[in-house]
Design a protein around this ligand. Sequence first.
Ligand SMILES: C[S@@+](CC[C@H](N)C(=O)[O-])C[C@H]1O[C@@H](n2cnc3c(N)ncnc32)[C@H](O)[C@@H]1O
Length: 392
Amino acid sequence: MARVDLTNAKRAKKDEFYTQLGDISKELKYYKPYFKDKVVFCNCDDPYESNFFKFFALNFNFFGLKKLIATCYNGSPIAGDELPLLFDDMGEEPKKIAYKVEITEVKDYNSDGAVNLTDVQYLIQNDKNVLSRLKGNGDFRSPECVELLKEADIVVTNPPFSLFREYVALLVKYQKQYVIIGNTNSLACKEIFGLFQKDQIRTGYTNFNVGMFFYVLDSFEKYHHIENGKKIARVSTSCWYTNLPVSKHNEDIILYKKYSPEDYPKYDNYDAINVDSYKDIPCDYYGAMGVPVTFLDKYNPNQFEIIWRGGDIEWAEAECTFYTPPTKEMADNFKKQDKTWRIQNPYLLDKDGYAHVVYQRIFIRRRQPIEYQQQESKLPMAAEEQAKYNKP
Ligand SMILES: C[S@@+](CC[C@H](N)C(=O)[O-])C[C@H]1O[C@@H](n2cnc3c(N)ncnc32)[C@H](O)[C@@H]1O
């Protein structure tokens, strides 16, 4: 039992990061045209606390939304803190309850703009908007939340990091559009990486490698600073993921370096050259290349093809025709250097024959110019149309 509690506590600690309105606005402004007449669902969001809900309530008319739904999970430490006043059947029950808010109309009654449209109580004074209790706990996987998901067109939130893969799998299953925050560590996990390979997910607009600042619970001991009485922590490994078009993924990476075997050595176990940064990809090489995972933030599927990721033994052994398992001698050699040895990791040999495993790599191949010209945009919108929309 204690073990379970500890796991839950750890998970909660990992999951309770609340997104700032500025960060939401910075990213979402690029997608405005895709929201017209759409049902937006924020399914990990206490409307009283969530800036995702606030953002869409404030921009309901500006974005031309058809409906905004938010559900609150009762496992969240902040869930439903404001609600006992609203439900008269609450009695002595604990205050954490799961509920949903459905908004279909946002009015500025006296047109002076002074009313705070993010005020849930104000919003539900409108008969067209409803606040109601959920039967279950508001888990995004629960049948009633899945029913709401089916009704939605676009899901937008920062879901619990600990359930990210499961979360994305559900969105894929129900073929939903989404703009969500996740951890950059998820880029290379099998399921998410597979979506990148099929061009069914991409990174968003916000600068990818700088991390983001989130509100955290008062009980957090490690935080960066305090703002308006709230603790703020930095998560260096967070980024936006979406399956909506993002213009940078339609732009070519400018390549200017020339290939030479000295500058781009081949791995000893893969028939691919090593490239240390996407900026160094040679302009005259069309074979397989190992690049850092951060390449995905610049990836244009019209310019490159993703082969798969290094470090995946199943793939390397079963499907990768150019993988050669290291010799026993080589493995022993490497062990002698007291380094962790994962046989499938791409490694380079130095002049003395010692193996050096490179940091996580994915394998890509440049599309041939002819193939490249013939390749139609895989993104849902035509390039010119996107260019028009993507101006902030
Ligand atoms: C990273 S926080 C983000 C909260 C809010 N979306 C935001 O961005 O400010 C993730 C939230 O999901 C809640 N959560 C955890 N497990 C959940 C589940 N199974 N279903 C729905 N929400 C869950 C957490 O309690 C937490 O409030």
